[in-house]
Design a protein around this ligand. Structure first.
Ligand SMILES: [Zn+2]
Ligand SMILES: [Zn+2]
Length: 347
C-alpha cells in the first residue's frame, strides 16, 4: 500500500476536503496511473451527498480519469509505462458471466465494481479520480489515442460513453433524425457524437439560451421545450430521442415526437418513478428505454471514434481547491460543459 493525495467527501452535508488515501500495491495484473485530469460528473455529487443510497465515507469521487501509466505489474501485457490512459465508471467485474463474456461488463450479473463507492476484490472501498494516482486491473484501463488531449478526453470516460453507446445501439447515422434532450455535460457530447456519426441532430432544450453553442457543437436544429408550439411542429419526427435530463418531464409529450418505430432512451435518471400513458407507445410501435455507460470494448471504440473525429469535451479546467464551488455551479447548470480537475493542484 502507498499513500496519495486526494479530495474526499466526509459526510453528506460537509464540503469536500483535502486528504490522503491508501492505494493498493501494484499486483501482477495491475497498472499504476498518475492521474492528470479528472472530470466532475453529476453522479459524483449525488454519491458524495448520499442521494443514491447510503454512501460510505470518506468518499473520493471521480470516474472520468485521464493520466499516464507509471508502473505495470509483472503479468501486464496491454499497457506500458508512459502510455496515455483513461479509467471510466468501472474498475473490475466478474469476467465470467454471460454479460462480461459479451463485453458488457456494466451489466455484470454479479455487479461490476464501480470506480468509487464499491468494494474492490481486496475488500477495500474503491476510491475515484479526485486523487494523484490510482491502481487498476489492466483490463479496465483504456488507451487514449494521441489525437486527444488528456484534459478533453477525461469526460469521455463517462459522458462520452454514456451517450455513444445508445447512439450506436439505436443506429444513429446518415438518414436518421436524432433529438438530444438537454444540453449539459451528457447532452453536449451526444450532439457532437451523433453529428459525427452522420445523423441529423436536433437539440431540445428548455430555452434558446444555449442555441448558439448547440449549433456550433454540431446540431442542425434547436428548439425550446418551454414553447408548446415545438411539440406540435415536431410531432412524429425522430427516430431516436436521447434524454439526458434527470428532472421529471412529460414523457407522453416527448414520446409523441417519435416517428413510427422510434425509441426514446434515458441516460439521465430522476430519483422518483415516472409515469406514461402506454398508448403513447402502442400508437407508433414506439419504445421507451434506458442505457448504462458501455462495456470496456465499446468504451475503447468510442475513444478511437472521438480521436478520429477530433471530438473532445468542452471543458473548464479547475484546481482541486475549487471542487466545492464547481459542485454548486453544476447544480445551477452554470458550466459549459464539464469541469475537469487539474490533479497537479493536489500535490
Ligand atoms: Zn458519470
Ligand atoms: Zn460478470
Amino acid at each position: 500500500m502507498f499513500t496519495v493525495n486526494a479530495y474526499a467527501a466526509t459526510s453528506a452535508t460537509e464540503p469536500l476536503v483535502p486528504t490522503t488515501i491508501e492505494r493498493r500495491s501494484v499486483g501482477p495484473h495491475d497498472v499504476l496511473i498518475e492521474i492528470r485530469y479528472a472530470g466532475i460528473c453529476h453522479s459524483d455529487i449525488h454519491t458524495a451527498r448520499s442521494e443514491w443510497g447510503e454512501t460510505t465515507y470518506p468518499l473520493v469521487p471521480g470516474h472520468e480519469i485521464a493520466g499516464i501509466v507509471t508502473e505495470v505489474g509483472s503479468r501486464v501485457t496491454r499497457h506500458a509505462v508512459g502510455d496515455r490512459v483513461g479509467v471510466g465508471c468501472m474498475v473490475d467485474s466478474c469476467g465470467e458471466c454471460v454479460n462480461c463474456r459479451n463485453g458488457e461488463e456494466q451489466f455484470c450479473v454479479k455487479g461490476s465494481t464501480m470506480t468509487y463507492g464499491s468494494v474492490g476484490k481486496d475488500g477495500q472501498p474503491t476510491q475515484g479520480g479526485y486523487s494523484t494516482h490510482v491502481v487498476v486491473t489492466e483490463d479496465f484501463v483504456l488507451k487514449i489515442p494521441d489525437g486527444l488531449d488528456l484534459d478533453v478526453a477525461a469526460p469521455l470516460l463517462c459522458a462520452g460513453i454514456t451517450t455513444y453507446s445508445p447512439l450506436r445501439h439505436w443506429g444513429a447515422g446518415p438518414g436518421k433524425k436524432v433529438a438530444v434532450v438537454g444540453l449539459g455535460g451528457l447532452g453536449h457530447m451526444a450532439v457532437k457524437i451523433a453529428h459525427a456519426m452522420g445523423a441529423e441532430v436536433t437539440v431540445l432544450s428548455q430555452s434558446l439560451k444555449k442555441q448558439e453553442d448547440g449549433l456550433r457543437l454540431g446540431a442542425d436544429h434547436y428548439h425550446a421545450t418551454s414553447d408548446p408550439a415545438t411539440f406540435e411542429k415536431l410531432a412524429g419526427t425522430f427516430d431516436l430521442i436521447v434524454n439526458t435530463v434527470s428532472a421529471k418531464i412529460d414523457l407522453d409529450a416527448y414520446l409523441s415526437l417519435l416517428a413510427v418505430g422510434g425509441a426514446m432512451v434515458n441516460v439521465g435518471a430522476p430519483a422518483d418513478p415516472l409515469s406514461l400513458n402506454v398508448f403513447s407507445l402502442i400508437f407508433g410501435r414506439r419504445s421507451f428505454a434506458g442505457s448504462l455507460i458501455g462495456g470496456i470494448r465499446e468504451t475503447q471504440e468510442m475513444l478511437d471514434f472521438c480521436a478520429e473525429h477530433h471530438l473532445g469535451a468542452e471543458i473548464e479546467v479547475i484546481p482541486a481547491q475549487k471542487i466545492n464551488e464547481a459542485y454548486e455551479r453544476v447544480l445551477a447548470s452554470d458550466v459549459r460543459y464539464r469541469f475537469v480537475i487539474d490533479t497537479a493542484t493536489l500535490s
